[in-house]
Design a protein around this ligand. Structure first.
Ligand SMILES: NC(=O)c1ccc[n+]([C@@H]2O[C@H](COP(=O)([O-])OP(=O)(O)OC[C@H]3O[C@@H](n4cnc5c(N)ncnc54)[C@H](O)[C@@H]3O)[C@@H](O)[C@H]2O)c1
Length: 307
């Protein structure tokens, strides 16, 4: 596990960078928009919460912070978000898939009515949304040539840990880690770094149900800005000459857990210790399989496969 902290020298690399972010009206997204703005970036942010989105645009001024109504479950709505950035500033350097919801009523509870269909909105917003952001984001980020681009996906502690009572949410957030694992190795060859943020308890509207009990337990909490800093860390880790403390470069394919206001990279050790938890022989044969799947000429599409 690597403890990460921001090297302030890298923050100036955000000047005039173009950021597209979803779910920017409240909570973590709102704090992240402000951080990018403070460091000189230009931001298009989308959300369904128009009143909060418009108020943030007003607070920052629409020259460098533009709010667009965007429902991330709609492909055309996200396309419009990204195209607005292109029309306005001609390029996109950083894309952040942050919009998310959680539905606290548990459809798996013993007293849930089996006759009633349950909502799968968490899958739509938390998984389909980031899939769309990733596809459109990659399309524009890969155009940046040598400078490359950064795609940052906001998952959750529920992206890698048990999370009782939030089944669909947990499945959706595991899926967000899956987007990174499915896309990162090919994207990095095109200069696009994909990293995932997994916040633990963060004081936003989303955690109202557990906030009081959590505090009574004395458990660690994040301010929304702490998660925003982790997003900014990912967006700047490969820019400029310096390094963020604890960050290996290229900083890509990483999972950053944010807990008690601190950021920790956890994916590298999971990969490094694979022979230990999977067994040496299994790890070796798995590597051969992975090498085959990544080789030139291997494709899941029979029309393209040469191997
Ligand atoms: N707060 C936490 O403890 C915590 C922990 C882990 C992960 N997260 C994740 O962080 C992200 C931000 O959540 P938050 O805690 O700031 O909560 P939040 O509710 O304050 O922010 C979520 C934002 O997403 C927007 N949104 C919801 N559905 C949308 C849609 N279809 N299209 C566009 N925007 C939509 C909301 O209007 C809101 O502004 C989410 O992905 C969430 O799952 C939060």
């Amino acid at each position: 596990m690597a403890h990460l902290s921001i090297n302030p020298d890298l923050l100036s690399t955000l000047k005039d960078k173009v950021v597209v972010l979803t779910g920017g009206a409240t909570g973590i997204g709102r704090s992240t928009v402000k951080l990018f703005y403070q460091h000189g970036a230009k931001i298009i942010f989308g959300d369904v919460a128009d009143v909060h989105g418009t108020s943030l645009e007003k607070e920052l001024g629409s020259e460098r912070a533009v709010f667009i109504h965007c429902d991330t479950t709609s492909y055309s709505s996200q396309l419009n978000l990204f195209k607005t950035a292109i029309q306005k500033w001609g390029r996109i350097d950083i894309a952040v898939a942050n919009a998310g919801i959680s539905l606290p009523a548990d459809p798996f509870s013993p007293d849930a009515d089996i006759e009633k269909e349950f909502s799968t909105a968490e899958i739509d917003v938390n998984l389909k949304g980031p899939l769309i952001t990733s596809r459109i984001g990659l399309h524009f980020l890969r155009k940046n040539g040598r400078e490359g681009g950064d795609l940052i996906l906001v998952s959750s502690i529920a992206g890698w840990k048990e999370c009782t009572g939030l089944v669909a949410y947990t499945a959706s957030k595991h899926g967000v880690v899956g987007i990174m694992r499915g896309l990162h190795l090919s994207a990095v060859k095109e200069g696009v770094r994909i990293n995932v943020i997994c916040p633990w308890m963060t004081k936003t509207g989303m955690v109202k149900g557990i906030e009081r009990g959590w505090k009574e337990q004395g458990l660690p909490e994040n301010e929304p800005e702490d998660v925003g800093k982790a997003i900014v860390l990912c967006a700047t880790a490969n820019r400029g000459d310096g390094k963020h403390k604890g960050a290996v470069t290229p900083f890509a394919g990483k999972i950053v857990w944010v807990a008690g206001g601190e950021s920790y990279e956890i994916e590298d050790n999971l990969q490094r210790l694979e022979p230990e938890w999977l067994g040496k022989e299994n790890a070796e044969v798995l590597k051969r399989g992975q090498d085959f799947l990544m080789a030139e000429g291997t494709s899941w599409d029979t029309a393209k496969a040469k191997n």
